[in-house]
Design a protein around this ligand. Structure first.
Ligand SMILES: Cc1cc2nc3c(=O)[nH]c(=O)nc-3n(C[C@H](O)[C@H](O)[C@H](O)COP(=O)(O)OP(=O)(O)OC[C@H]3O[C@@H](n4cnc5c(N)ncnc54)[C@H](O)[C@@H]3O)c2cc1C
Length: 487
């Protein structure tokens, strides 16, 4: 198709009903599409995978549904995901998962009170660090890691013996499961970008599955709106007529789509790798901001047993690691046996990040399924064998099966989990703004958890807000601000 063809199609001016192509059917893309459809646009969503949801994915491989990506609703105050979860009668766990015990690197159990104090202090340092960086950001040097701040807090504590200081240091890396990297790599100056949405964190025990089904409903109802298995390779902005332009989108299988505007919701990790090419290229300012922000790794391993042999113990286990350990960092496991029926199951959920995630996903990538099973279960055995009531001769203590995620090797997840803020970042807020605002007149916008309002960055709620924001920008460009207010 030539430029002339396109010009004759719509004379280079947006048709009355703007045609918008949304790339990606994750939370952000689906919400953007919903807003645009309700505002009266003609919308097509192109999704690379054979399913919607992106970094929300639910599996029943071990029996009951389990979330492979997001599992928590972070902050229940003013969070739009709560309203959706309520509509599908979701169940949450909050207090059930709070009862914690901490194991030292040698496998011994910390006295309960000491363990609780170490955990509480770790969260205090994190919260205080967020507040400090929010208030003092301009005076904090780039290149200072959160770990340096954390260590300074330990050094300032009075009356602690060496053992207490060591445990406090060893638990620090647990925060890596929040920031999706080792905390020595998390920037301190921009730590305030990790500020959570207010309220409680809810573990969605009924999983994100039904929530995602509802989020996709509008798009699925719209005839021909969603196309699965359509990886986009290239977006071309073609000038036609005087001021006019159209967007052409090329998919891997050779299809070409034209539209008045494009909302590109592929992950930040995919943008960093230029997985979709743009012609003209992404403006330098946006490219730089994409480069500055980080993209982390968080993986989950579920291991299921014939019976929850640990059931009469606590629900949350922390295994400290020596800070010199390479692949085996401080790790935590949640007992899904402790959540309320009917969602309880004899299953443990382990979170890993950074080097440990790399180690586990490289096993998945390079080993046969049988070898992977054996290597991954061996990796977690030292943790399992510490649990209350464990006995090597008890068949209930032998894992029945496992599922381990592999986001790091998933190109459509951008080979990682979500956005983070690496040491050396100068002004992450500005970088998010640059990517989110886009370029005047281009009619291509980037959106996703990486362009969320500050409180929602890197989360499902943020991705949802980001979809709304991008849709409103797009509607604004077509003079449809009024329609945007009613959706
Ligand atoms: C292990 C893990 C645990 C997490 N835990 C939580 C949690 O508990 N709570 C929380 O709030 N958040 C959590 N998150 C983060 C949350 O899942 C994401 O922030 C959110 O789902 C991102 O939504 P999105 O729409 O921005 O991106 P995505 O969901 O990644 O959607 C992007 C879509 O684009 C598609 N795509 C990619 N490339 C192309 C292409 N070339 N062409 C067409 N389509 C393409 C993808 O397939 C995908 O469907 C977690 C993430 C991970 C990985």
């Amino acid at each position: 198709m030539t430029n002339a063809d396109l010009a004759s199609e719509n004379d280079g001016k947006p048709s009355k009903k703007p045609k918008v192509l949304v790339i990606g059917a994750g939370t952000c893309g689906l919400r953007a599409a919903e807003v645009l459809i309700r505002a009266g646009c003609e919308v097509k969503v192109l999704e690379a995978r054979d399913r919607v949801g992106g970094r929300i994915a639910t599996t029943t491989r071990l029996g009951l549904p389990l979330d492979l990506g997001a599992n928590w609703i972070h902050g229940n105050v003013g969070n739009p995901i709560i309203a959706i979860a309520e509509k599908v009668n979701s169940s949450y766990s909050i207090d059930e998962l709070d009862d914690t015990i901490v194991f030292a690197p040698d496998g011994s159990l910390l006295p309960k009170r000491l363990g609780d104090e170490v955990v509480t202090k770790m969260w205090d340092y994190f919260d205080e660090g967020i507040t400090y960086s929010a208030q003092n950001m301009p005076t904090i040097q780039p290149n200072v890691s959160f770990m340096e701040y954390y260590k300074s807090k330990i050094a300032a504590e009075e009356g602690w013996n060496e053992e207490r200081r060591t445990y406090q240091l060893q638990i620090a890396d647990l925060l890596g499961s929040i920031v999706a990297t080792e905390i020595g790599k998390q920037d301190f100056r921009n730590l305030h970008m990790e500020e959570p949405i207010p309220g409680e964190n809810l573990f969605l025990s009924s999983t994100y599955g039904p929530v995602m089904d509802l989020m996709a409903e509008t798009v699925l109802k719209e005839d021909g709106c969603l196309e699965l298995n359509r990886p986009v390779e290239r977006v071309e902005t073609v000038r036609v007529g005087g001021e006019g332009q159209v967007q052409r989108v090329y998919t891997k299988d050779g299809e070409v789509y034209t539209a008045d505007a494009v909302l590109c919701s592929i992950p930040l990790g995919s943008l960093k790798q230029d997985r979709v090419k743009f012609d003209p290229p992404i403006p330098e300012k946006i490219r730089q901001s994409i480069k500055h922000l980080g993209y982390g790794s968080l993986e989950k391993t579920y291991i299921t047993f014939p019976k929850a042999f640990w059931m009469d113990g606590p629900s949350y286990f922390i295994f400290l690691a020596d800070s010199t350990a390479s692949d085996r960092k401080t790790t935590a496991a949640i007992s899904l046996a402790h959540i309320a029926p009917p969602h309880n199951q004899p299953t443990l959920l382990f979170y890993t990040h950074g080097a440990t995630s790399k180690h586990l996903t490289s096993i998945l990538q390079f080993s046969s399924p049988q070898e992977s099973r054996s290597k991954i279960l061996s990796f977690f055995h030292p943790y399992i064998s510490k649990l209350p009531n464990y006995s090597p001769s008890n068949p209930d203590c032998v894992p029945r099966d496992y599922v381990s995620t592999n986001w790091l090797n998933d190109e459509y997840a951008g080979n990682g989990s979500y956005t983070n803020f690496p040491v050396g970042l100068v002004d992450g807020v500005e970088d998010v703004k640059v990517i989110e605002e886009g370029v005047e007149g281009w009619r291509v916008w980037f959106c996703g958890e990486h362009t969320a309002p500050l409180l929602g960055l890197a989360s499902v709620s943020g991705a949802y807000w980001a979809g709304e924001r991008a849709a409103r920008r797009c509607l604004g460009a077509f003079g449809m601000e009024e329609e945007a207010t009613n959706v």
